[in-house]
Design a protein around this ligand. Structure first.
Ligand code: ADP
Ligand code: MG
Length: 285
C-alpha cells in the first residue's frame, strides 16, 4: 500500500516488531522477529503458519496484553500501550461469562462503558439476532453448542464497534459444517461493519469498517476469508510471504483459482511445518 494524498492511517501498523519471551532469564526465546505489517481499515487479514511460530504472540501484542521487545505497534496511528475497546479479541473457546445469560454477555462491554440499560439491551438484542441467536437471549453459555457460543462471542466483541477484531483460531474446535457456517456469519458481520473488500479498485471506503485479523491453520479457511494472507516462518516467526487473495466472494473451494492458490500456500507452508516439527523433536531429545 502506498500513501495516497490524505489516506487514513493504517488500522494497525507493526514496524520492526520483535518479541523475546523470558528476555531477562537464562532461556530467552525469540518468538517474533522483525515483523512489518500494515492493515488497512476494513481489511481482512489472515495469519497462517505452523504452530509455535508466534501468531498468538502477535495478537497479544496488538491487543496490548503484552509488550514488544523491539519495534513499534500503532493502532490508527497511535502507539498501542494497553488494551482498548477499539481492539477486540476472540479466542478458540468463547470465554463468555458463565454466570451471565447471552444478553448479559453481549451487553457487558456496553455496561462497562456506561451505556444505559435500555439502549445496551437493544443493541445486544439486534446483534444476537444478527448472529442467528434470537430466542436464546436468556440462555446461559453452558446451554449452547460450541458454534452458538462462538457466535455469541462475536456479537459481544462487535457490540463495542471495534476498529480491529482479532480472532485466534476461533473455529478450530468446531466440526467442519459448523465451521463453514461460522465463516459466513463472520463475513456477514464484517460486511455489515462497513468494510468493503479490497481488490476491486484498491480504494478504501470512507469509514473503513472493522479490520479483521484472524489466525488459522486451515489453508481453505484462509482463502475463503482473507483479502491478504500472511504466511509465517517457523520460529522465530517472521513474515515469509504476503499472498493477496483476489477472488470474488463467496469463494468456491472447487474453483480452479482457489485450487491454484491452495497449492501455492500448501507449498509455502510445508517447509515451515517440517522445520517446526524437526525443532520440536530436537527440543525433547
Ligand atoms: N507467555 C509466554 N512465555 C514464554 N514463552 C511463550 C509465552 N507464550 C508463548 N510462548 C512461546 O512462544 C512461541 C510462540 O507461541 P505462540 O505465539 O503461541 O505460537 P502460535 O500461536 O503461532 O502457535 C512458542 O514457542 C511458545 O511456547
Ligand atoms: Mg496460537
Amino acid at each position: 500500500m502506498t500513501g495516497s494524498t490524505q489516506a487514513a492511517p493504517a488500522a494497525i501498523s507493526c514496524r520492526g516488531v520483535s518479541k523475546v519471551w523470558n528476555a531477562d532469564g537464562d532461556k530467552p526465546f525469540v518468538a517474533l522477529k522483525d515483523i512489518d505489517l500494515e492493515v488497512r481499515p476494513g481489511e481482512f487479514v489472515v495469519l497462517l503458519g505452523p504452530s509455535g511460530c508466534g501468531k498468538s504472540t502477535l495478537l497479544y501484542l496488538l491487543a496490548g496484553l503484552e509488550q514488544a521487545t523491539r519495534g513499534q505497534l500503532l493502532s490508527a496511528g497511535r502507539p498501542i500501550t494497553g488494551t482498548s475497546p477499539e481492539r477486540g479479541m476472540i479466542f478458540q473457546d468463547a470465554a463468555l461469562f458463565p454466570w451471565l445469560d447471552i444478553l448479559g454477555n453481549v451487553a457487558y462491554g456496553l455496561a462497562l462503558q456506561g451505556v444505559a440499560r435500555a439502549e445496551r439491551e437493544a443493541t445486544a438484542r439486534a446483534l444476537i439476532a444478527r448472529v442467528g441467536l434470537a430466542g436464546f437471549e436468556h440462555k446461559r453459555p453452558s446451554e449452547l453448542s460450541g458454534g452458538m457460543r462462538q457466535r455469541a462471542a462475536m456479537a459481544r466483541a462487535l457490540a463495542l464497534s471495534p476498529k480491529v477484531l482479532m480472532l485466534d483460531e476461533p473455529f478450530a474446535a468446531l466440526d467442519i459444517q459448523t465451521r463453514a457456517k461460522m465463516q459466513n456469519y463472520l463475513l456477514d458481520l464484517w460486511r455489515q461493519s462497513g468494510a468493503r473488500p479490497a481488490g476491486a479498485d484498491g480504494a478504501e471506503s470512507a469509514e473503513g469498517g472493522t479490520s479483521m485479523l484472524l489466525v488459522t491453520h486451515s489453508i481453505e479457511e484462509a482463502i475463503g476469508l482473507a483479502d491478504r494472507i500472511l504466511v509465517f516462518t517457523a520460529r522465530p516467526g517472521r513474515v515469509k510471504e504476503i499472498v493477496p487473495v483476489d477472488l470474488p466472494r463467496p469463494r468456491n473451494p472447487r474453483d480452479a483459482a482457489f485450487h491454484a492458490l491452495h497449492d501455492r500456500l500448501a507449498e509455502l507452508l510445508a517447509d515451515e511445518v517440517d522445520r517446526a516439527f524437526a525443532e520440536q523433536e530436537a527440543a525433547v531429545r
